[in-house]
Design a protein around this ligand. Structure first.
Ligand code: NDP
Length: 243
């Protein structure tokens, strides 16, 4: 029997990697995208295959429309179960000093990439009358964070994208939801100075940063039959820090 296929952007590290591994462990054929770290991507594929799962890595910059189109050609004939828009980058800085490049790359990755990938993957879901789209948001996009006007705008746009698209495609059996991680231990947060990490942890009601798998479990839930009546939702996985 053909396995259902799910596309995950930014699947080679951090939260995306945990999502790839968990979905693959649940019998899904995962096609994941990464930007440049071939070694990390190969490691994920090897780990998934060693556990008896199926995952394929595609080097594809989601900020590049042509690259997305080439990737979409590789899945054009597959019945897609869904898509996880997870790839994002941060380029923090004071708004007035923010180079145009920092604005462009952050919006083109999180928002532009999600737009192009979703349009490409939706066709297959519309044909089958069933599909799941999960967008990875951010508290920055819900609350706004100083020094992150570019990132907050991209993520805020993605939250609105979820809600509008959910209304548009619901009648075709496709759900669209946002999962919002709080402080999660990945390369991004590992790079913080110890003092800043402690300060962040002190603000979290559960008293610790989350693990990527704790976000991945919620994404996997949204792909399960238990989540059949959830769409347009924003689900925070943040240890309570978002209020
Ligand atoms: P990481 O930086 O650990 O991993 C990012 C992943 O995205 C990598 O696989 C990277 O590939 C890939 N990627 C980055 N840019 C592109 C691109 N242009 N095209 C394709 N792939 C790309 O991120 P996290 O796991 O920390 O974050 C994952 C998601 O969770 C993001 O959307 C982030 O905004 C969100 N989030 C994370 C939080 C946290 O605390 N970690 C908090 C709130 C939200 P490569 O290595 O090859 O560049």
């Amino acid at each position: 029997m053909t396995k259902p296929t799910v596309v995950v952007s930014g699947g080679s590290r951090g939260i995306g990697r945990a999502i790839v591994e968990l979905l693959a462990a649940q019998g899904i054929d995962v096609r994941f995208l990464y930007r440049s770290n071939d070694e990390a991507a190969a490691e994920v594929v090897a780990a998934v295959r060693a556990s008896g799962g199926e995952a394929t890595a595609h080097r594809c910059d989601v900020a590049d429309v042509g690259a997305i189109e080439s990737f979409l050609d590789t899945v054009a004939d597959l019945p897609l179960l869904g898509l996880v828009n997870n790839a994002a980058v941060i380029r923090d800085g004071h708004f007035l000093l923010m180079p145009q490049e920092s604005w462009d790359v952050v919006l083109q990755t999180a928002l532009g990439g999600s737009f192009h990938l979703t349009r490409g993957c939706l066709r297959s879901m519309l044909k089958s009358g069933h599909g799941r789209i999960v967008n990875i948001g951010s508290l920055s996009g819900l609350l706004g964070m100083a020094g992150q006007v570019n990132y907050a705008t991209a993520k805020g746009g993605l939250h609105a994208f979820t809600k509008a698209l959910a209304r548009e495609v619901g009648r075709w059996g496709i759900t669209v939801n946002t999962v919002v991680p709080g402080w999660i231990r990945t390369d991004i947060t590992d790079a913080l100075p110890e003092s800043k990490r402690r300060k962040a942890e002190a603000t979290i009601p559960l008293g610790r940063m989350g693990e990527p798998i704790e976000v991945a479990r919620v994404v996997a839930f949204l792909f399960s039959d238990q989540a059949s009546y959830i769409t347009g939702a924003t689900i925070r996985v943040d240890g309570g820090v978002g209020g």
